[in-house]
Design a protein around this ligand. Sequence first.
Ligand SMILES: [Zn+2]
Length: 489
Amino acid sequence: MKSALYLYNTLSRRKELFEPLAPPFVGMYVCGPTAYSESHLGHARPAVTFDLLYRYLMHLGYQVRYVRNITDVGHLENEVDDSGEDKISRKARQEHLEPMEIVQKYMNSYHAVMEKLNTLPPSIEPRATGHIIEQQLLAEELIKSGYAYESNGSVYFDVEKYDKSHSYGILSGRVLEDMRSNSRALEGQDEKRGQFDFALWKKASPGHIMRWPSKWSDGFPGWHLECSVMSTKYLGDTFDIHGGGMDLIFPHHECEIAQSTASQGHAPVRYWVHNNMVTINGQKMARSLGNFITLEELFTGSHKLLVQAYSPMTIRFFMLQAHYRSTLDFSNEALLAASLGLQKLLTAEKTLSNLKPSAESTVDVSGIAAKCYEAMSDDMNTPVAIAQLFDTVRIINLVNDGKEKLTSADITSLSEMFSLFVHDLFGLRAEESAGNDKLAGVLTLLLDMRQEAKAKKEWGVSDRIRDRLNELGITVKDRKDGYDWEITA
Ligand SMILES: [Zn+2]
């Protein structure tokens, strides 16, 4: 029933049949967080996306080595003019902590929220500070091969030189010539030969806390270098999948390709997979816009933009309802709908386990699981698979109402399908209602009472419930077999 997996490869800009280099083994590297602040929605999306891919690949029978790094050196605040300060160093100064205390604090909180989101831990979680020597060695190798140069204690990658023999920009579709004509040279770049050269090693300024000795200077590695080093160290110089958010395509992943290709003579990655971004009420998420919501704030409802708390499983389900390559817009309405939808799915699963089997089935459920597989194998099309599951919910409710019949074998196969897709692959688990999902429970209760009123022909009561909900932006639709609702405002 399982079908071949197709993944959209950013490099070729099309869906490709996934064929690992050395089956049954699969190597997957995903860019992890920079450990200097609380995890937010932007961290949750790649974590959930690649957790889904990890789970699905394992389900297809692959042995996956999933590597996700922790950036604990800190990026330069401003990579363009190089005058910026390391994010971790700055935070350490502000909070009067050792840089490693900052890293530990936020790494712990990242792990805690990832556990709440039910993402499986990666096989290896390498840290940039644990690979300083390897990063220095790669920088040295690139100098030897002529693709990098030392300047005033720092080392830069020579983009112009690389572009002559390879093409810089193959992943993002950028052309160096266009980039040159679209930007003007910035001041303070005299250290670099070319405007687009990027740092492999930076000499530390006197106040810079995180620094390591090197043959060039006391300094620290450039951001892009760590991922080239750690991915190839643990997965080999060519590996199957490299993932991350679309915002990393340029310059981060482009620079990774350039570094690895220049040192190895061939491309490092076969499938580049990128998840799209998260917006909030249609706006980009940014601290300056006041719409920057951390995951803890979402789970507790403690942000002024939130009308209530949303459970980790609601967040996870909400993310899976959209295709990972679509943008995802967070709003209270959408999250509330996701919370109610998830509850509906989990309630149906319970109903399913209590259904009374019949001698024969009046509905054909044999093709549903195959359709879910088909959707998953089509570039992880979770919204289509979830629609199939909701179709099943409708059937379950009809059978429960005595309007359709299912055999015991069909009930078992639907239970297995729920267990596989809802729990094992989508990673959704039943939560104790932590108060915040009470609203969903209240809505179900209210609509059930309305059904009872209708059954007793108390039309005044049933209409009043419908109209009042309508005023609150919840549209109730009557169906032959019960009701349906949706958030419309
Ligand atoms: Zn990276």
